[in-house]
Design a protein around this ligand. Structure first.
Ligand code: UDP
Length: 374
């Protein structure tokens, strides 16, 4: 009999398992994949840590979370500064003085502000004081027509498989707009990439904990549940309840990875392809997460990954929850069931159906640990 059965060896499950084990609880972690670490999994390919399930850049303003993760790895001073390619044009992201200067030839913050005001005027007037109702309205009232058309519309519609008019505004609120020459994608206080990758972090978290890989909870549910006092479930909450109220929607991804015999392919870790005609959203060049800011590119090869958004259907890997009104309402029905469970805790991006970043997941897991163990 285990005190806890943790379903899913991703960040939420690993933090919970680590803390429970530290408190003398017996814990079994299972995962249906053949590896730990969920989607933060990285694999060393000829000296390069490849982010197998999409780029993971750690950033947070939460000091507790930052201190917590430091126990498990040393972080470098990587600062995410993606470049956007629109046809033959290149722009810095997020939207800052470099972008405005590249887009409009403006040089000073007041020139940029004047241009932004002119670009936004129509959308702001149309809103007439009300909140933006969708992503298009949000983007147009934030940065105006030119930036929306070139850097947002195509990328977003590929990424989510829906028109910007049918997407929630909050998605784009993640992106900063600044009148300074600063390409740092995040506003957070702390940022970096773990030297040596993410897998080692989860390995350390799970030290001393029993882990069984290749185990599908749904195939062995009866026996697994019978053997545990409590369950921490980090898979899809709708699947847990056998989709009884219907399916939640997710967005999936397909990755195409190439190992190239050259030192430096694109000169940056992340290049976004923002036009609708290119079928992928971005190319990640993994070595730049660790070498770029430390001098030297160190290897004579490089690994690049093209990221293709994909429609999710049962059996596919779910990457992004579609947090629009319809799906959030459906989630609320599942959550009501979850809240009534005495012995099951739901956690993580899939268990809580939220577009969490890594730092959110750790904060949620620590909050859950606090509730559970006081
Ligand atoms: N986005 C965009 N153009 C870009 C990058 C991002 O329009 O070049 C929008 C897009 O809607 C995306 C959202 O901003 O879904 C959030 O981007 P972020 O990079 O935070 O997404 P993630 O890394 O989680 O996929």
């Amino acid at each position: 009999m285990f005190d806890y059965l943790v379903v899913g060896a991703g960040l939420f499950g690993a933090v919970f398992a680590h803390e429970a084990h530290k408190r003398g609880k017996s814990v079994l972690v299972i995962d249906r994949r053949a590896h730990i670490a969920g989607n933060v999994y990285t694999e060393n390919v000829g000296g390069i840590n490849v982010h197998k399930f999409g780029a993971h850049i750690f950033h947070t303003s939460n000091k507790e979370v930052w201190d917590y993760i430091q126990q498990f790895a040393e972080f470098n001073r990587y600062t995410n500064s993606p470049v956007a390619r629109y046809k033959k044009e290149l722009y810095n992201l997020p939207f800052n003085m470099n972008t405005f200067s590249q887009m409009w030839g403006v040089r000073t913050p007041s020139e940029a502000q004047a241009k932004l005001d002119e670009q936004k005027a129509e959308a702001v007037a149309a809103l007439n004081g009300r909140e933006p109702a969708n992503l298009e309205e949000q983007a147009l009232s934030l940065v105006g027509r030119d930036i929306y058309e070139k850097l947002i519309k195509g990328y977003t519609e590929k990424q989510w498989g829906r028109k910007c008019t049918e997407l929630p505004a909050f998605i784009i609120k993640r992106l900063p707009v600044r009148l300074v020459y600063d390409n740092n994608y995040f506003n957070d206080k702390y940022q970096g990439i773990p030297v040596g990758g993410y897998t080692q972090i989860v390995e350390k978290m799970l030290e001393g904990v029993e882990v069984r890989l290749g185990v599908d909870f749904f195939k062995e549910r009866g026996a697994l549940v019978a053997d545990a006092r409590k369950i921490v479930f980090t898979g899809m909450i709708d699947e847990y309840y056998d989709y009884k109220f219907g399916e939640l929607e997710y967005r999936s991804l397909r990755f195409e990875t190439e190992d190239l015999p050259q030192e430096n392919y694109q000169g940056n870790a992340v290049v976004n392809y923002t036009e609708a005609e290119v079928p992928f959203t971005r190319i990640i060049e993994h070595k730049h997460f660790e070498y770029g800011c430390q001098g030297g590119l160190a290897t004579d090869h490089t690994v690049v990954t093209r990221e293709y958004p994909a429609t999710w259907k049962r059996g596919d890997e779910p990457y992004y929850p579609m947090n629009d009104e319809k799906n959030n309402a459906l989630y609320a029905k599942y959550k009501a069931l979850a809240d009534a469970e005495a012995n099951v805790i739901f956690g993580g991006r899939l268990g809580m159906y939220k577009y969490f970043d890594m730092h959110h997941v750790i904060a949620e897991a620590l909050a859950c640990v606090g509730k559970e163990f006081g």
